[in-house]
Design a protein around this ligand. Structure first.
Ligand SMILES: *[C@@H]1O[C@H](CO)[C@@H](O)[C@H](O)[C@H]1NC(C)=O
Ligand SMILES: *[C@@H]1O[C@H](CO)[C@@H](O)[C@H](O)[C@H]1NC(C)=O
Length: 229
């Protein structure tokens, strides 16, 4: 009798702990991901599962650095609540997708053709992880970490990035820094006020388009395929 009551108590404590755990795990997963789908496909998709020609119909920019074709749920409504998006890149030699972060997504980049590209990430200890990527290579950029891609090869680099949010967000690092008051930027750059002001004046427009490195920025197409600089 005593033994039975004791094991009953143990059982209820275990069940309570389990329920608490399930509850907690549920809360965490709800906070960490996009909303779950409630229907097979968003009604806004109007019955179509296909987006034709992302280069023409996507959120596409064509600049000196190359073509960047992204999606969002107004362009491709079938992605609503699916927790995923794509960006296609065609980057010219010495073109760069400048250092940036995605506050709401992890990125998985597949190198398809051309290049190679130099790409990498800085982790939260400040340690860089830099690689040369060839067609068939895949790199992960963990959510929120600073990363970039630079075509160090002599042919157009084609790569595709998948991101696990319908709205990953892009924050470009250097141009974001210069959106801040000059003193804040001067502090971060360890420069005097006037040097920071000059750098700010010369900085690029805040944008997510691909850039082409200046002639004297250390990039010669197909030369110095290295992670050293
Ligand atoms: C939705 O699809 C129908 C049938 O294909 C079409 O007639 C209609 O124009 C579409 N509506 C929108 C908003 O695309
Ligand atoms: C999707 O991208 C287009 C083109 O860049 C833009 O006009 C539109 O506001 C974007 N929609 C959303 C929901 O971000």
């Amino acid at each position: 009798m005593k033994l039975a009551r004791c094991s009953h108590d143990v059982l209820s404590v275990t069940i309570a702990a389990l329920l608490l755990y399930i509850n907690f795990a549920g809360l965490v997963s709800v906070q960490a991901a996009d909303p779950d789908p409630l229907v097979d496909v968003s009604p806004k998709a109007n019955g179509t599962f296909v987006l034709r020609d992302v280069y023409k119909n996507g959120a596409t920019t064509n600049t000196e650095g190359g073509t960047r074709a992204a999606l969002n749920i107004s362009i491709f409504p079938a992605l609503e609540n699916e927790g995923i998006t794509y960006v296609h890149f065609k980057v010219q030699p010495c073109g760069e997708n400048e250092p940036h972060t995605h506050p709401r997504a992890t990125e998985l980049l597949t190198m398809v053709s051309g290049g190679p590209i130099q790409a990498g990430v800085v982790d939260t200890t400040g340690t860089p992880h830099i690689y040369i990527l060839y067609p068939g290579d895949i790199i992960v950029f963990p959510r929120g970490l600073l990363h970039y891609e630079l075509n160090v090869g002599s042919t157009e680099a084609f790569f595709i990035s998948a991101l696990n949010s319908q709205n990953p967000g892009v924050l470009t690092a250097a141009t974001a820094l210069f959106q801040l008051p000059t003193r804040a930027a001067a502090g971060a750059l360890n420069q005097d006020f006037y040097t920071a002001q000059k750098l700010k004046a010369e900085s690029l427009e805040y944008s997510t388009s691909l850039i082409l490195l200046k002639k004297n920025a250390g990039c010669v197409p197909g030369k110095d395929i290295t992670t050293d600089y």
